[in-house]
Design a protein around this ligand. Structure first.
Ligand SMILES: Cc1cc2nc3c(=O)[nH]c(=O)nc-3n(C[C@H](O)[C@H](O)[C@H](O)COP(=O)(O)O)c2cc1C
Length: 413
């Protein structure tokens, strides 16, 4: 995913330095060109040879290294890099960055950097909470550096508290957020739903479906990478909410209806309903566990509210740019996929529907891939004169499918 991207990793004198070996390896596996710069103190915690072996590039420590090739390395890296991540960032280096001090290779390169700089503070809780450290971090924010909030947890100094460097996966996600996608959804507000809903029968039983939420979470993550302000309304799943999105957990179709309606009432650019919302729920929820009796049981069901149809029927208030909220639905079929999905597009008054057939290999619940057909009514169609446009995408990872959907939505909002 990071082919042709140059990533500079700055490592300082913190016990968390060893974790960056894992991150460097992850980045190399994504085909990034990774350059590591360490402070002299960082080399007490992990040897530069580790990074040289992992990245294939010389690990820079000394500013006045006479064993250079032909460029002034800090300037050249500052111009070539797509992003610089300083992790772990010691209190000392944060203080230097906040004051423009450039007295080693890492801080000199940071000062010469033209690409965005991400900073992941990692330190003992007292050091982190000190007024001066907080002021320095605030200063970095003012200087347009992005701060990756430290986690709360057990610290190497034997205490528990805030100041822990997030895991390499979180740092990788922050790098993706900076450079993976063009920011074509910058400033746009998008509400995405994901996962199944659970409809209670009694206090111990419920009706649900096989949705895992993977598609909706991929949409939320990719929309954030594209710069959107994302709200993810999710039914119960086993997934970690993506970083940087407003996460709204719900259980039932009714709760999902309420949350989506409230969050799309004003100033929403697009709604993407990828949740597998229950169509029916038990008419009554028994207060006590229903006891076994006889050979068969009957549960009476009633319709749940159709969230998409309700949004489609509302007079959608034109937003600041005069456009109405873009509505995108998902349709999972086991037969007559195209025909049924086109009907759903028209009946629910949607702008786009993402259709997939559960019976197609690589599509549907649980798997990391999807095979979708996009059926849309968008501005291109006005020019082409067609009523709907049908576009079949090849088998792609759910992350790529999400990006392809969002790329098209971005052109219409
Ligand atoms: C075992 C050990 C662990 C340390 N961990 C941290 C840390 O996590 N964060 C931090 O700001 N300083 C930590 N320090 C202190 C820094 O290494 C020290 O302030 C040093 O001057 C930082 O140098 P640098 O910013 O040039 O890398 C630690 C020191 C030791 C001895």
């Amino acid at each position: 995913m990071l082919k042709d991207k140059t990533v500079v990793l700055g490592i300082t004198g913190s016990i968390a330095a060893y974790k960056i070996a894992n991150l460097a390896s992850m980045l190399v596996k994504q085909h990034a060109d990774v350059h590591v710069i360490m402070t002299k103190n960082a080399t007490n915690f992990i040897h530069p040879i580790t990074f040289e072996t992992l990245t294939g590039n010389k690990c820079l420590v000394e500013t006045f290294d006479r064993n250079f090739e032909f460029q002034v390395e800090h300037v050249s890296l500052g111009e070539r890099a797509d992003v610089m991540l300083i992790a772990p960032a010691s209190a000392n280096v944060i203080a230097k960055l906040a004051h423009g001090i450039a007295d080693d290779m890492l801080t000199t390169t940071a000062l010469a950097m033209t690409a965005p700089i991400l900073v992941s503070p990692a330190m003992n809780t007292h050091m982190y909470e000190k007024k001066i450290t907080q002021e320095n971090i605030e200063k970095l924010r003012d200087l347009d550096m992005r701060i990756i909030e430290p986690a709360n947890g057990y610290l190497a100094c034997g205490t528990t508290g805030v100041g822990k460097m997030p895991e390499p996966e979180v740092l990788l996600d922050a790098i993706y957020g900076e450079i993976l996608r063009p920011k074509t959804l910058g400033g746009k507000k998008i509400v995405i739903t994901a996962g199944p809903t659970q409809e209670a029968i009694d206090p111990v039983r419920y009706i649900t479906n096989h949705s895992t939420g993977k598609m909706g979470y991929a949409l939320a993550r990719q929309a954030r990478y594209m710069g959107a302000d994302v709200t993810l309304v999710s039914g119960p799943t086993a997934l970690e909410p993506p970083a940087g999105v407003t996460f709204v957990p719900v259980v039932s179709a009714k709760e999902m209806y309420q949350e989506v309606t409230a969050r799309t009432a004003e100033d929403c650019d697009a709604v993407i309903m990828s949740a597998a919302v229950a169509d029916y729920r038990p008419t009554r929820i028994a207060e006590e566990k229903i006891k076994k009796s006889g050979d068969a049981a009957v549960i009476e069901l009633e319709r749940t509210d159709d969230i998409l149809a309700s949004l489609g029927q509302q007079e959608r208030v034109p937003r600041v740019n005069g456009k109405k909220t873009f509505l995108c639905g998902f349709s999972m079929e086991t037969e007559n996929m195209l025909e049924n999905s086109k009907k759903k597009l028209a009946k629910k008054n949607l702008d786009m529907i993402v259709a997939n057939n559960l019976k197609t290999a690589g599509a549907g619940f649980g798997v990391d891939t999807n095979v979708v057909t996009l059926i849309s009514r968008d501005s291109d169609i006005e020019n082409g004169g067609e009523e709907v446009r049908v576009e079949e995408l090849p088998i792609l990872s759910k992350e790529e499918v999400a990006y392809e959907i969002l790329r098209r939505i971005a052109k219409n909002i």
